[in-house]
Design a protein around this ligand. Structure first.
Ligand SMILES: C[S@@+](CC[C@H](N)C(=O)[O-])C[C@H]1O[C@@H](n2cnc3c(N)ncnc32)[C@H](O)[C@@H]1O
Length: 370
């Protein structure tokens, strides 16, 4: 059992699920008791929380049948807010679920398990390796699953191309997966000597090394400040530009070394690696994550069927702001925010999946016709 990184939980899937479920129920129970939020109100209206418990207790795979998928699941990305996503987004009346960030297929698997056989799923990802892994994990659902390579920036066209006219649910779980961080070899982690690539889609666009090789010090500083909220953005940019005059940055370790030299030792955080914010900002810039999100949200909302729901999980305050503004601008124009105060992870989930600590889930619904 590997427990190298704090953001990886290498446990048998059913164990993780059990702990996860307890966390989710505990949290929802608390919300229900306080009568706060749409979850509790909706649950009460539909005779939950007992319904919630029933809905999240999906089936499990047999080892021999899914040996390869299980082997990958040993090291799998643990989906965040999985109970909450399942509860809020799984279609009650069948139809299409569009998972615009299928990743390792964790959320998709649970949505398919808890929805009826008349629910189909379109899974999209920029990373071809993520799609291959999701395909293996979801193989048992057969023709119910359709996968497409591409960016959710083109959500509308990808859906149309796959024959999806209306969706009962759309999910965007932003950022990167544990596979990309730990195993992709693309320099997402500050803990290795990997090439400084950071592209979700390694078939297109400039790598992190190329981007950092051509931007000016001012551009690098504003990128680190805006996307990473890095207080030492200017110093890091200055040291980086000095360094690249001597030799180009080629590996993740090269970037870590620049950050360590730039940030005064006394300012290093005790809780997070000193290069965390820089790596986040560079990754977001390489993949134009804010741009893709802003373009995707109106397309995702437009795709929703009446009663359909759009859920977005973000891990970054800037992205959460983009989602919040987009949802507020749609509210009252045929849409309603189900979770205007974003759903966050309970203490138990945070304890076993530190990635969940910064996760925020917002949900928008297309109103039923009057
Ligand atoms: C946090 S992971 C998703 C994990 C997934 N929900 C699960 O349970 O396994 C985010 C995924 O989104 C993908 N991604 C990021 N930006 C994307 C974009 N613009 N279009 C499509 N996929 C994207 C990444 O490649 C990654 O696989």
């Amino acid at each position: 059992m590997r427990r190298k990184r704090t953001d990886r939980v290498a446990q048998p899937r059913h164990d993780r699920g059990a702990r996860h479920d307890r966390g989710g129920r505990e949290r929802f129970g608390r919300e229900a008791r306080n009568d706060r939020g749409a979850v509790a109100r909706r649950g009460a209206a539909e005779g939950e929380p007992s319904a919630f418990k029933r809905e999240v207790s999906g089936g499990s795979k047999s080892e021999p049948e899914h040996a390869m998928a299980m082997n990958e699941a040993e090291h799998a990305h643990v989906p965040v807010l999985s109970d909450e996503v399942t509860f809020l987004l799984h279609p009650r009346r069948g139809g299409w679920v569009v998972d615009g960030t299928i990743g390792m297929g964790g959320h998709a698997e649970r949505l398919l398990e808890t929805a009826g056989g008349d629910t189909r799923l379109l899974g999209i990802d920029r990373d071809p390796e993520a799609l291959a892994r999701a395909a293996r994990r979801l193989a048992r659902f057969g023709a119910r699953v359709v996968l497409r390579h591409g960016s959710f920036r083109h959500l509308g066209a990808l859906a149309t191309g796959a024959g999806v006219e209306r969706a009962a649910a759309v999910l965007l779980d932003l950022g990167l997966s544990s596979y990309q961080l730990d195993e992709s070899g693309r320099g997402f982690s500050f803990q290795g000597e990997e090439p400084l690539d950071m592209r979700f889609d390694p078939t297109e666009g400039a790598t992190a090394a190329e981007l950092l090789g051509r931007l000016s010090a001012e551009e690098i500083a504003s990128l680190l400040g805006e996307l990473g909220e890095e207080r030492h953005a200017r110093r890091i940019a200055r040291v980086l530009v000095e360094q690249r005059r001597r030799a180009p940055l080629c590996t993740a370790a090269d970037l870590v070394s620049v950050v360590k030299r730039a940030v005064p030792r006394a300012a290093w955080s005790k809780r997070t690696h000193v290069a965390t914010r820089t790596f986040q900002a560079v990754r977001m810039a390489v993949n134009d994550e804010p741009g893709a999100l802003a373009e995707a949200l109106p397309q995702a909302a437009a795709l929703l069927d009446t009663g359909g729901r759009l859920g977005v999980i973000s891990f970054h305050s800037g992205e959460d702001r983009v989602v919040k503004r987009a949802f507020r601008s749609l509210a009252g124009r045929g849409f309603v925010e189900l979770e205007p105060t974003p759903v966050t992870a309970g203490r138990e989930e945070m304890a076993f999946n530190p990635r969940a600590r910064s996760a925020k889930l917002r949900v928008l619904a297309r109103q039923e016709a009057a």
